[in-house]
Design a protein around this ligand. Structure first.
Ligand SMILES: C[S@@+](CC[C@H](N)C(=O)[O-])C[C@H]1O[C@@H](n2cnc3c(N)ncnc32)[C@H](O)[C@@H]1O
Length: 435
């Protein structure tokens, strides 16, 4: 059934939202204020989904998507909006969630942290599938709303040299003996080296290895192999173990990492994020600071350049070991200490046991930092750190934790803002400052 609908808003999946006979209707690729011609696809009890047939009156935020696979690939669902509008939508989502989930309102909204809109994804997991019907190997991201791999030969958000590898990887994998037993390739781009991690379900033959080596030489990459679980990841050439690092030039740091370690996806925005987070934290030479969910010390080591002492806490021992090593390499061992601990299982006694901290940085995974927020909120006033800078990749858990810090702990939410870490996608990275 065809209908004409006026679009009222847009969600983080790039779906326009309107109403048909009072029922909310989601229309992928339609934008606010647009008048669109749609066909209903599904009619559920409380909502409809529809297909956009044509735009009758177009929004001023609509732009032509740069990627030829837009709509097919599930990777970037916001490419039809100009980047400033994408950021505004993410900012609105952050404010809404803070209000509705946490019942908090920041005193100030910070200017968004921007970076490049294209070629920014320095870490990615590419799916690989042999498709018998096409007698082809596909390498890329999943299709929108599907488990199929998109038939794509380029990607606008991967660095150009990685995008250029996509068609070459299709041919390479098809020529391996186990061409239909390769489920994924992980990409990790460092400042000087690009690593590809090949997950292979069957053993590789010598001929396969020769082909991989030839490809690596021709394309200036380094292969790592993953025959089984994550702890079996190893470099094909053992001497290439320590080639990956990213620079944080403002703090004169080279952060060495392994291709499957957690690192921020967008190294350029990461530099600005680290710089801003540290200026909000404002470390002083006598400050004692704690960095929770510290990974390989992305914030800990820059803080150590300015503060008296920093403790980094993280769940993965491989990361705290690497962080300790990077601190040594940069002469920061005397100011830093790294602890390995499950931060979802801590309490006030644990926090109190570490002694008093002047400031705290928190950068949790999507699940947030519930136990930490509760522990911070139940310290007495003179035990409390004066400032908490919270970096978040999920506004819903940030909002929940902010609700605890403000409504139970009586912290003030001084400011919050978005970080455009993942342009064209619905991911919302943000930063919040509590005092
Ligand atoms: C968003 S990352 C931030 C890492 C680091 N701050 C950075 O900027 O690179 C979240 C980190 O939390 C760690 N993590 C996840 N679950 C954890 C847990 N239960 N306890 C402690 N650390 C955890 C992950 O290993 C990861 O390093």
């Amino acid at each position: 059934m065809q209908r004409i609908v006026k679009i009222e808003s847009v969600d983080l999946n790039g779906q326009g939202v309107g109403h048909i006979d009072g029922k909310v209707t989601f229309i992928p690729f339609a934008l606010p204020e647009e008048l669109v011609d749609i066909s209903l696809v599904k009619q559920k009890k409380s909502y409809n989904t529809a297909r956009l047939d044509s735009v009758i009156q177009s929004s001023y935020i609509r732009v032509a998507p740069k990627c030829e696979y837009f709509g097919l690939c599930g990777g970037c669902l916001m490419q039809h909006m100009n980047p400033a509008a994408q950021v505004a939508i993410k900012q609105r989502a952050l404010e809404d969630q803070l209000k509705h989930i946490g019942n908090v309102v920041p005193e100030r909204i910070m200017a968004p942290i921007h970076g490049p809109y294209w070629k920014y994804r320095f870490r990615a997991r590419l799916s690989v599938r042999y498709v018998q019907k096409k007698n082809q190997v596909l390498v890329g991201f999943r299709e929108r709303n599907s488990r199929y791999v998109a038939d794509m030969k380029s990607c606008q958000i991967l660095p150009a040299h990685v995008s250029d590898l996509l068609p070459l990887l299709r041919v390479l994998i098809h020529n391996l003996s186990c061409y239909n037993r390769i489920p994924q390739i992980e990409v990790a781009v460092g400042s000087k080296t690009t690593v590809l991690v090949l997950r292979h379900l069957d053993e590789l033959t010598q001929d396969d290895i020769d082909k991989l080596l030839e490809f690596a030489k021709a394309n200036n990459i380094s292969w790592w192999l993953q025959p089984k679980g994550p702890d079996t990841v190893h470099p094909l050439i053992p001497e290439e173990e320590n080639l990956l690092f990213y620079d944080v030039p403002e703090f004169d740091l080279q952060m060495q990492f392994k291709p499957t370690d957690f690192t921020q996806v967008n190294h350029i925005v990461n530099r600005t994020l680290v710089s801003k987070a540290i200026s909000y934290l404002d470390p002083k030479p006598n400050d004692r600071i704690i960095d929770l969910f510290c990974g390989l010390g992305n914030f800990t080591l820059p803080i150590a350049r300015l503060a008296g002492q920093v403790i980094g806490v993280e769940g993965a021992s491989s990361l705290t070991e690497r962080a300790t090593h990077i601190a040594q390499e940069h002469g920061l061992s005397c100011k830093t200490e790294f602890k390995t601990l499950n931060l979802f299982e801590v309490n006030t006694e644990w926090l109190r046991g570490l002694g008093r901290f002047d400031k705290v940085l928190i950068d949790p995974p999507r699940e947030g930092a519930l136990e930490i927020s509760k522990a911070l909120s139940s310290l007495s006033l003179d035990e409390r750190p004066e400032r908490v800078v919270y970096v978040s990749c999920n506004p819903a858990t940030l909002a929940r934790d902010a609700g605890i810090m403000v409504n139970v702990g009586k912290y003030k939410l001084k400011a919050a803002g978005v970080v455009n870490m993942f342009p064209h996608t619905g991911h919302v990275e943000s930063i919040a400052i509590f005092e």
